[in-house]
Design a binder for this molecule. Structure first.
Ligand code: ASP
Ligand code: MG
Length: 419
């Protein structure tokens, strides 16, 4: 069995969804589980619905936008009847009903129950379309399979409970080995039975979880790029495609901010040695990128990861005394409470510096906490550049004309905070 994951861009309109059907028909007859994201920018639109509800404003026009977007895709696809289409329509009605209830105190939970619905809508429509298109498909609610703790917006997987549910699904799949399963990325079910989500862009991770639980042979992520590149073409010219990299290299790259694959995706695959393919949905004949245990090709090309909109916070004690372990432990407590992720850090005798994403609200809350006991200097609008497998020419070309505020070097990785 293989797992395929299709992201928002690969199902952003009727033509894209038809293309998914085409890919499926051209691929081998092997059993498949298909994991889909919400269509196009639906998740962002639903975040807007959540924000409006949260601020006690009129969320209905924003919800209408989501509903109309999906209805127009349904009509473009010519999907207008059948059980799945009825479920799709009923889901829209239920969403509106559900969102009309007063907000509970748990805002992260409210976020999940609104924002997670994009994947439910997309899979119902896509499944209805593929069925009409002649495929033997079955819609599966992934909330009956992937179980999490009660945390929201970045729920932790409960592997034991998930495995139990997956075993039941697996037995069901054995009943008809020609059937293709259509299910959702991003969402899961909390211990209390509520909708939970795995974090933005979490559908890659969902595909990996499912592959792990079902002992799949491989995972393929279908993307709008020909494979993994050594840099994001949005920021760099002359990118090259990586035909083959190792799990570990890929984990490093996504840790430093490469946005091709969700960082949590690799671990479950690595644990069961399941290869991951990144392929182009617009040209499936291209080879794409293979990610597996082989590390022979990892260091062949320098790779660059660029993160704009960074803030450098330099934290000093007010009396210029040393920053010692006790201070660091306090500081980390505050960082953890702020919800910010540290992208880079460095310490000296009297100061401790961190680089974080420029999320105004979170950064302000962290500064407010820190300023009670520390003096905090602040530089914003910075870029963070990471070069893996660096060489002199690359470093010169990428940093020569910029002011370097902070630098960190290890054997394979060179990092710069640039103004
Ligand atoms: N739809 C979710 C998002 O846009 C999950 C995903 O696409 O991976 O974040
Ligand atoms: Mg997406």
């Amino acid at each position: 069995m293989k797992v395929y994951k299709f992201g928002g861009a690969s199902v952003g309109d009727a033509a894209a969804i038809r293309n998914v059907g085409k890919i499926l028909k051209e691929e081998s007859r092997e059993r498949k589980v298909l994991v889909f994201s919400a269509m196009g920018k639906t998740t962002n639109m639903l975040e807007e619905v959540h924000r409006l509800r949260f601020e006690m404003l009129d969320w209905r026009p924003a919800f209408e936008k989501v509903a109309n977007f999906h209805k127009s895709i349904a009509s473009d696809l010519g999907v207008s009847d059948g059980a799945l289409f009825s479920d799709f329509q009923a889901t829209l009605v239920k969403m509106e009903d559900d969102f009309s209830n007063p907000l509970s105190a748990n805002h992260a939970m409210e976020y999940d129950r609104v924002v997670g619905m994009g994947e439910v809508l997309s899979t119902l429509l896509i499944c209805a379309h593929l069925e009409r298109d002649g495929l033997n498909v079955e819609w599966v609610d992934v909330r009956n399979v992937i179980k999490t703790n009660n945390e929201h917006r970045r729920a932790e997987i409960d592997w034991e409970r998930s495995q139990k549910s997956a075993d039941i699904l697996l037995a069901h799949l054995e009943e008809d080995t020609t059937r293709t399963i259509i299910t959702q990325g991003f969402i899961a079910q909390s211990k209390l039975g509520n909708m939970s989500t795995l974090g933005r862009e979490g559908s890659d991770f969902s595909a990996a979880i499912i592959a792990y639980l079902l002992n799949a042979k491989s995972v393929t992520i279908w993307k709008d790029v020909p494979g993994m590149l050594n840099a994001d073409p949005k920021w760099f010219n002359n990118t090259v495609q990586l035909p083959h990299i190792s799990y570990n290299e890929c984990i490093e790259l996504s840790y430093y901010g490469a946005s091709v694959i969700h960082p949590k995706t690799l671990k479950p695959l690595q644990n069961k040695n399941i290869p991951l393919f990144v392929k182009s949905f617009s040209d499936p004949s291209l080879a794409g990128t293979v990610i597996d245990a082989t590390s022979d090709y990892d260091t062949l090309v320098p790779m660059y990861i660029f993160k704009p909109n960074q803030v450098l916070l330099s934290i000093k004690s007010r009396d210029f005394s040393f920053i010692v372990e006790k201070n660091l432990s306090d500081i980390f407590e505050m960082i953890s409470e702020s919800g910010l992720r540290v992208n880079m850090m460095q310490n000296s005798a009297i100061s401790f510096s961190i680089v974080v994403d420029q999320d105004e609200a979170l950064v302000k809350s962290l500064r407010d906490m820190l300023q009670v006991a520390y003096e905090v200097k602040f530089n914003d609008g910075l870029d963070l550049l990471t070069i893996r497998h660096y060489d002199d020419a690359t470093v010169r070309a990428l940093t020569g004309h910029r002011e370097v505020l902070m630098e960190q070097k290890s054997r394979q990785t060179l990092r710069f905070v640039l103004r």
